[in-house]
Structure formats: structure tokens, C-alpha cells
Design a binder for this molecule. Sequence first.
Ligand code: SAM
Length: 301
Amino acid sequence: MQQQAGVLYVVATPIGNLGDLTDRARKVLSEVDLIAAEDTRETRKLLGHFGISGALIAYHEHNETAVTPRLLDALEEGRNLALVSDAGTPLISDPGYTLVAAARSRGLTVTPVPGASAAICALSASGLPSDRFLFLGFPPRGQARRLAWFEAVAREPGTLIIHESGKRVLATLQDIESVLGGSRRLVIARELTKRFETFLTGRAEELMRRLESDEQQRLGEMVVLVEGCPDGDGDARQEECARVLRVLGESLPLSQAAALAARLTGGKKNALYQLGLDLGLGSESDRHPSGTRPGGPRDSG
Ligand code: SAM
């Protein structure tokens, strides 16, 4: 008889306050056969606090390619595994993607055991719009790459969420100001769930001054949130309409393309027709319908 495969549990752990380890996470961590941990010493401390003595295996960015096949074999042999990172939810700026993707592609069961994640935790209490957001992880180190990285999201209407360290936060704020402008609201969420949890709100310039004058505010872990582009929604919509019109315009006259695009995008047919003209779609007669050519009969009188 074929052995039933084990389950891979993706387990979130606290980002500071140990009270945030869920009951379910405790149960899973104490019952699995093996725990794949980013840093076994850190996880051993966490487990020790809860009186759990599980078997650990190191699983981090430098060995994940080598260790993944062993973990997959263990799952296929019927062993249950938990994946944890040092803090928060695995895979979110943390190792685990290789294992989870490989397990899924082998048809193995992967199940999340949710809990803290600094990005969502920061967003939930930031006061910035939370209906739409873009998680960006850590900015690149070099300034040229960082500027290009911000440039690529300059029109994003949702709140931007960035992981950052105290050492680099001033340089990042400087780049945010130069690429995204000085008028957006920012929030720095620091030491979340810990004793010195702080939320600082302001424009880039104000926050830079605050952080320069108060070294304390650069200590510990932080998430930087940036208000989205104020007219980014309109831009994104316009781009979508243009994309639909271009595709339809390849095989339909502009009037029909505009009518169909209106049904597909919910836009107004006349506005889409005009957008099509602005994009250079349509025939000469669309651009100058009879009697409306510049200098034509209807122009003259
Ligand atoms: N996987 C983790 C999660 O889900 O929260 C994130 C891991 S990432 C390597 C570490 C970064 O998360 C830190 O540099 C910081 O930006 C953010 N972070 C983690 N814990 C935090 C905390 N208590 N307060 C603020 N930011 C935190």
C-alpha cells in the first residue's frame, strides 16, 4: 500500500511579542516530525519558551536548494513538516518559496498556520489607505537601483509597504522624496508589538528631520509605508482602456472597437473613441469624418 504523504505547515511566529504565537501554531510545532527553521538557534529559543522540543533542520537562503529535495522526500515518506522563519510569516522577505513551490508542484499538501507579519501589522494600524496596497519587501542597496525601484512604482495608487533597517532608512526616505515627491504621507512603524513600538507619521522631509535628530527612532526593526499616487487610479484605468482599444483596434474599425471597449471596461463610448483617436487608431475618415475636415464645408461657416 502506498504511504500517505505528510503535510507541510507554513507557520507564522511572533515578530516581537511572544503572546502572538497562536494556539494552533504551538500545537503544530509540537506535533510535526521536523521543523525547517531559518535559524535553528532562534527557533530553539522560541520553542524552549513554550516547552516544545522538536527536531530542527536549518533551512535558509544559502542552503534551500540543497535541502529542499530532502524535505520533499521526508514529506513523501509521510512525515509532517513545519516551516518557520526567525519572525513573522515565512516567505515574506524570508526563505521558503523554493520549498513551497516544489511541494505544490509535486501535489503535496501545504497549509498555512497564519499569525503575525510585520507588513500587514504595520498597515493595519498606520492610518493609510488599506483597501489597496503593494508590498515591496526590502529596497535594493545601491542608490541607482533604489531610485529605479521607486520609479517603477511611482504611479501605483495603493499604499506602498517597504521593509527597512534603521541603518538605511534615511537614505531610503531621501530617495522616496526625490522620486515620489515630498507631498505624500508616510508612516514609519517601528518595533511593532514590542516595548518601544512607535508610529511616526509625516512627509518625507519631516520624518528625515525627526530621525536625524533622534537616534532612538532609527533603532530596531521598521516598516515604511508610503501613501499611493493620488491620481494613480485614473492613470491605471486609462492605461487599461488604451490596452483594450489597441487590441480591438487591430481588427475592428475604431467605432466598433470603442463600443466593445466601453462594454469591457465600463468606460464611455465617446471618451474611448476620442482616446482611440489620440492613440492614432482608426482610419483617416475616423479622424476627419466627412464635412468635419479642417477647412471643410462645416468648418467654413
Ligand atoms: N517574514 C517577516 C514578517 O512576516 O514579518 C519579515 C521578515 S524580514 C527579513 C524582516 C523585516 O521585517 C525587518 O527588517 C522589518 O522591516 C520588518 N519587521 C520585522 N519585525 C518587525 C517589527 N517588530 N516591527 C517593525 N518591523 C518589523
